[in-house]
Design a protein around this ligand. Structure first.
Ligand code: GUN
Length: 291
């Protein structure tokens, strides 16, 4: 079997087009422009790339984009003061504090200082609790993007065996929760799971979010299963020339694609969906704020 490639780039473009239509309607019918504020502390190169890309796409769908780039040595009280100001700003409907934060800042405290109604990342403890109890919440963007692709591909995932590899608060845990809320039978596996290959072999849906390049191999995959690869790992690629790198996922693409029924590529799979969902969450937050 050769897997169907789930084109996240194309899907994300459709989601962004829907968001743009919604934004136009909010502007023309209600005079409201949704606003997204992104806060970046320090100069982590990967974070800078993400933040630039988020800002560009926010503007492309017609929303207001505000970027706050703070020095790596910014104090916790200054960061909390900025978040407080953004919480109170009626023109800002979504706030995203780019993670990871420098080590001297308490990530939990910072994340929980964002107004839950503006928490477009879905990381605030209130949103985590709401999602965990199946209530209306802001849903973390990466797992939401994965769920949208799964629903689109399968129609319903009710009753399917899903294995999520990875237990992070950003991806693994909310992903498992979303799959469960859609009535899948969910296993969360991680780096300490015994006989991981055997656990994965039982899955109709595999979500790989461990952060280990090409760890999930084709002979772990049940024939016809769907593989959603959340990993973005940069590897040296001397075959492309000196100093060149390539992006790979947490699944070994060629061997998994030979067995799976469907698979998301890296790049061009989950990544573009994450930003599209961030924009969608901002519109959702804006609509909720304005009744
Ligand atoms: N860093 C890596 N992924 C994310 C994300 O989804 N949100 C935030 N705020 N930071 C991240």
């Amino acid at each position: 079997m050769t897997a169907t490639v789930i084109d996240g780039k194309e899907f994300a473009a459709k989601v962004r087009a829907q968001v743009a239509t919604h934004v136009t309607r909010l502007k023309t019918d209600h005079g409201i422009t949704p606003g997204l504020a992104v806060v970046l502390v320090g100069e982590d190169p990967a974070s800078q790339v993400y933040v630039r890309s988020k800002g560009k796409m926010t503007v492309e769908v017609g929303m207001k984009s505000v970027e706050h780039k703070l020095d790596v040595q910014t104090s916790e009280s200054d960061l909390l003061a900025l978040i407080d100001q953004l919480n109170k700003d009626p023109e800002i409907h979504g706030i995203l504090v780019q993670l990871p934060l420098p080590k001297h800042l308490n990530e939990e405290l910072v994340v929980n200082s964002v107004d839950p109604a503006k928490d477009v990342d879905g990381f605030h403890i209130s949103n985590v609790g709401l999602l965990g109890t199946g209530q209306k919440s802001m849903v973390p963007c990466t797992p939401l993007g994965c769920l949208m692709m799964l629903r689109d591909h399968h129609g319903s995932i009710s009753g399917m065996n899903a294995v999520v590899i990875g237990r992070s608060n950003i991806v693994g845990k909310p992903m498992a929760q979303l799959l469960l809320n859609d009535s899948a039978t969910v296993t969360i596996a991680h780096s300490r799971t015994k006989d991981l290959a055997d656990v994965v072999r039982r899955a109709d849906i595999v979500v790989a979010a461990v952060g280990r390049p090409e760890m999930v191999l084709g002979d772990w995959i049940k024939p016809g299963a769907t593989v959603i690869d959340v990993g973005i790992n940069r590897l040296d690629a001397p075959e492309k020339g000196e100093g060149k790198t390539k992006l790979v996922g947490d699944a070994h693409y060629e061997s998994c694609a030979a067995v799976a029924g469907a698979i998301t590529p890296v790049p061009g799979g989950v990544g573009p969906m994450t930003i599209a969902c961030l924009l969608a969450n901002t519109v959702t937050a804006c609509c909720r704020a304005n009744g």
